[in-house]
Ligand binder design. Structure first.
Ligand SMILES: NC(=O)c1ccc[n+]([C@@H]2O[C@H](COP(=O)([O-])OP(=O)(O)OC[C@H]3O[C@@H](n4cnc5c(N)ncnc54)[C@H](OP(=O)(O)O)[C@@H]3O)[C@@H](O)[C@H]2O)c1
Length: 199
């Protein structure tokens, strides 16, 4: 697939590198493409993509996509791993989710929330780091969720570790797991762990 990764930080670089190794055509969209080696403008990157990964601060996702333009974004799949946090790592907005806001603002886009409940190292190395783990998926469009499941497989996630929670409204739950993530990381003194749902 043609994948545009918005953001050239930890998450964007990790996902982009791993998906490229899996055979996808990955381009990076940066606010400052001249300073990020090989990156395009955000608009150029999205224009050629099947899937747009929003590896940028959660509080900047809607405004960044607005700058890119609804006409360019169209009905592309938006894989959103973002979290909207304050500088103190508390949640920027309780009671709402970035993914719901994006889907409401861009109704033609096919938004899928995933990968937001773990550290970036786990996103791309789940099996080598953990014996058991869960990655949650939320979204309204079934075909988009199937495409994201395929990308998760390419990142190393076994299908039975992927838990489809349902529509985009369920992203509220996983985005609100951010305080659990940070409290657990403090307690364990490492971010290298993941949530695992057992039954
Ligand atoms: N780090 C993790 O383990 C982790 C885990 C789960 C979820 N997340 C979430 O994933 C997203 C990316 O995290 P990260 O750790 O990769 O962050 P990061 O290392 O700080 O990188 C974020 C990138 O986003 C771009 N960016 C920064 N501020 C922006 C703004 N105001 N508007 C638009 N773009 C901006 C920058 O790329 P350019 O300068 O090239 O534009 C920057 O390199 C965040 O929402 C974060 O909460 C992170």
């Amino acid at each position: 697939m043609n994948i545009a990764v918005l953001g050239t930080g930890k998450v964007g670089s990790a996902l982009g590198a791993r998906l490229a190794i899996s055979g996808h055509h990955v381009v990076y969209g940066s606010r400052n493409p001249a300073e990020a080696s090989g990156a395009l403008s955000q608009r150029e990157a999205v224009a050629s993509a099947d899937v747009v990964i929003t590896a940028i601060p959660g509080s900047a996702v809607v405004s960044t996509l607005e700058e890119i333009g609804e006409d360019v974004l169209g009905n592309r799949i938006v894989l959103d791993p973002s979290a909207a946090l304050t500088p103190q790592l508390t949640m920027a907005s309780y009671g709402d989710s970035v993914a719901r806001q994006v889907q409401a603002r861009f109704p033609r886009a096919r938004v899928v929330k995933a990968l937001n409940t773990m550290n970036f190292t786990i996103m791309v190395e789940p099996r080598s780091s953990l014996s058991q783990a869960t990655v949650f998926v939320s979204g309204d469009d079934q075909a988009a969720k199937r495409a994201v499941r395929g990308l998760l497989t390419d990142l190393g996630w076994p299908q039975d570790w992927i838990l489809d929670l349902g529509d985009i409204g369920t992203a509220l739950a996983t985005e609100h797991a951010a305080p659990l993530f940070f409290a657990t990381a403090m307690a364990l003194k490492t971010p290298t762990f993941n949530i695992s749902v057992s039954r």
